[in-house]
Design a protein around this ligand. Sequence first.
Ligand code: BES
Ligand code: ZN
Length: 482
Amino acid sequence: MKKLFLCITVVLFTVSAYAQSNDRFYATMNIVDAEALKSDIPNQIDILATKQNEAVVFMSPEAAHKLHDRILVHGPGYIFKASMDDALQALEKQGAPLNRSVLPFTITEDAAVSQVLEVIQTQNIETHILELQEYGTRYHSMPEATQAAQDLKTKWEAMAALYNRDDVTVRLFTHDNTSMPSVIMTIEGAELPDEYVIVGGHLDSTSSQGNNNAPGADDDASGIATITEATRALFEIGFVPKRTIEVMAYAAEEIGLVGSAEIAQEYASNGVNVIGVGQFDMTLFNGSAIDVSLISDFTNGELNNFFSQLMDHYNASGEHQITYGTSLCNYGCSDHASWTAAGYMASFPFEASFGQHNSNIHTANDTFSVSGTASHATKFTKLCAEFLIETAKQDGVLAVDEVIVRNVFAAISQTSLVYDLTATDIIFSTLEVFDVSGKKILQQSITETKGEVSVVHLASGVYVTKFTSANGTSVSKKVLKK
Ligand code: BES
Ligand code: ZN
């Protein structure tokens, strides 16, 4: 009876609201904020249902503005929902017990972690942030955002190719509520492929000064650079996971967690067994005395505890030291909240205590130069790699054929790349050149076992050459252009 009453009121409210305006939308938000708005501007918002601290609302853009002025210096403070059903379902899941068996999180992979910590490069993180801020804007509805997603897919594919990973695929995830796709890289688990561990960040950006100038360096090019470099480091040490790893660059976070919500809901409705999710949103700005703030609301206590244990074990002192504490967002402030709402365990290691974070986010000034170094982001990259290794666990290491490697000669002399493959018995047919971040710079067929290729257009620096035979055998060599 109560349910029927709720349904009828919902329908009545909906009808009357639509009569006033058709740009209203559904959302969930904190109940206190919802009630305050209702008493301030009763015609602009309807509270459709409540549970614990959360309310489902149907509200106008004007109410969204009011909310923004009332509670926050940045962002909306509500979570957009595509339909009333979505909103009510999200509310239903509030505080619901996890519907899957809890994995006992353990720390067993000291050997792999100690290797990975040595190969993570701050320079790669910096380069990637600069590349992303160069788009000018990645606001979800602008062509630059979709371009950034397509380019990231290409970059991740090239990175996997560089390290000969045929266990890696990259796909675009298209959405119902934004034209921007998300990007998902999958490293298939060698032993437990149906168990997933996920790390992600959002690829889109926004600016309250106008969305055509939204560099989003900290928010959240830094998170994308963090998860990319952590993954590259895993490839560099030849890490093969037992469980499936997915690395996600979410679309349209800034308009209300749209990309991650659609992904998390699809995973939940397909019963995908995700054992843990790490969110990396803002890792660049070093604003607090502690390095990492573990956000303790809209996250999972047990997984947060595991993140603390990782830092206690691997980052207690020395050159890889990371200090940490906890902080609150007070609302579902990033994509971890989408996973939490879908019933999964998620954590959110954040750049500073809430309030001491980068105050330039959501403006044209959110650029790399505000920090000038990616050293803070490097700490999050280490933590991300530790999390992936310890949750996915190592199955084995890719064997590199030392004999082939030793017999391949490649070097850059002035403006030419010179190679000599005569000492190997393999007939190589393709030559590729990558920069250190994994971006492919050059590709061409080769027919001779010895030769020269012009690299006059390449800037000075380290590059990786890769020779591949027709049957897929390949070997990589680092070269330096002076
Ligand atoms: N990176 C922010 C989240 C954030 C900002 C966390 C400051 C902690 C401190 C994220 O991109 C964002 O802007 N989120 C929105 C909310 C979201 C539901 C649209 C926000 O915080 O207003
Ligand atoms: Zn943001």
